[in-house]
Ligand binder design. Structure first.
Ligand code: COA
Length: 323
């Protein structure tokens, strides 16, 4: 028998305010046509004044707990994947713990930018699959619009705000790929590529800073790196990529995720895409896309899922999950 970290509930939350490409074109030198053609993005959500990453994380967490039939009292571990926590410290996870009203437990953030959710799942698996947590929330939550330089058309059109969450619980499996739970991972980082995607602020500067990116360079690395991680995660899980029921990529750019699917031989109809409506919500994009496809009935219990992401660092990774 093998103890597995099983996803027992999924939830998502988006801020109310919708910003379309046409809205952006009113104050940035861009167009709906350019953004749609290059990225597939049509709109994004934007948190309102006073609405912080912890607030949207809490909403997503409540929905995930309800879906799992659990309450905040059950939660003993909270891992928040975010780059846009409310404050430098405390961790967003401890703010979420307080706002949700969870009992004393373990709470911390994982900062791997857009790869954060995949990283956080693997970290949480280290607790849950060793029976160190009975009910864990893994949340990807971001207010990326707060890191935008609204005069930089190369970046400000790409990102949005949102949060997605899953509940992980330990369950015995047979130790085969038919088990429910997290079956395999591959995580990578290359700090020498920092200049391609970073924020020019932090404690070293005394300012929050803005996201800076060499978009075409990031694009060049994305398809190759992610495809490599997918094959490594599939090997770690002991599956063939062709067995996967659903591909849930990080929603950065439609052309990147289609390129990865093509390179890895994943059929178009298996690809979950929310980039048109959500834009790039960094660590929130995978759980938000998962939630969208669970809510509309495409993804069902028992389905084999492949998740992947790449982000600042550079960091990248993939994981295989049977829901
Ligand atoms: N509207 C109109 N024109 C724009 C624009 C915008 N929002 N942003 C950039 N441009 C212009 C550039 O100024 C440039 O003009 P020039 O040729 O006159 O100098 C032209 O479009 C081409 O710029 P380039 O950056 O080479 O475009 P691209 O084809 O690489 O597309 C991205 C830009 C950002 C869409 C693309 O590189 C991309 O998606 N990269 C990956 C980014 C990403 O996903 N990052 C997150 C990873 S987690």
């Amino acid at each position: 028998m093998t103890l597995r970290s099983v996803v027992t509930g999924v939830g998502g939350h988006l801020p109310d305010q919708i910003v379309t490409n046409h809205d952006l074109a009113k104050f940035v030198d861009t167009s709906d046509e350019w953004i749609t053609e290059r990225t597939g993005i049509r709109q994004r959500r934007k948190a309102k004044d006073g609405e912080f990453t912890s607030d949207i994380a809490v909403e997503a967490a409540r929905k995930a707990l309800a879906a799992a039939g659990r309450t905040p009292d059950d939660v003993d571990l909270i891992v928040v994947a975010t780059t846009t926590g409310d404050l430098t410290f405390p961790a967003c996870a401890t703010i979420v713990q307080r706002k949700l009203g969870c009992p004393v437990g373990v709470a911390f953030d994982v900062q791997a930018v857009c790869s954060g959710f995949v990283y956080a799942l693997s970290v949480a698996d280290g607790f849950v699959a060793r029976n160190r947590s009975k009910c864990c929330l893994v949340i990807g939550a971001e207010t990326m619009t707060r890191l935008m330089d609204w005069e930089d058309r190369g970046t400000c059109v790409l990102f949005g705000d949102g949060a997605g969450a899953v509940v992980l619980e330990p369950m015995e499996g047979a130790g085969t790929t038919a088990d429910r739970g997290l079956l395999g991972f591959a995580l990578r980082a290359d700090g020498t590529k920092q200049d391609l995607l970073y924020v020019d602020g932090g404690v070293s500067t005394g300012k929050t800073g803005y996201l800076r990116m060499q978009g075409n360079q990031v694009f060049r690395h994305a398809v190759v790196n992610i495809s490599e991680a997918i094959n490594m995660a599939a090997a770690d899980a002991g599956i063939e990529v062709s067995e996967v029921d659903w591909f849930i990529p990080h929603q950065a750019n439609l052309r990147i995720l289609q390129g990865v699917a093509h390179r890895c031989g994943i059929a178009e109809e298996k690809v979950i895409t929310t980039v048109a409506e959500h834009a790039n919500t960094s660590a929130a994009s995978i759980p938000l896309a998962l939630d969208a496809a669970v809510q509309d009935g495409r993804i069902k219990k028992g389905d084999l899922l492949l998740l992947e992401a790449m982000g600042g660092g550079l960091t990248w990774g993939a994981c295989v999950v049977r829901l």
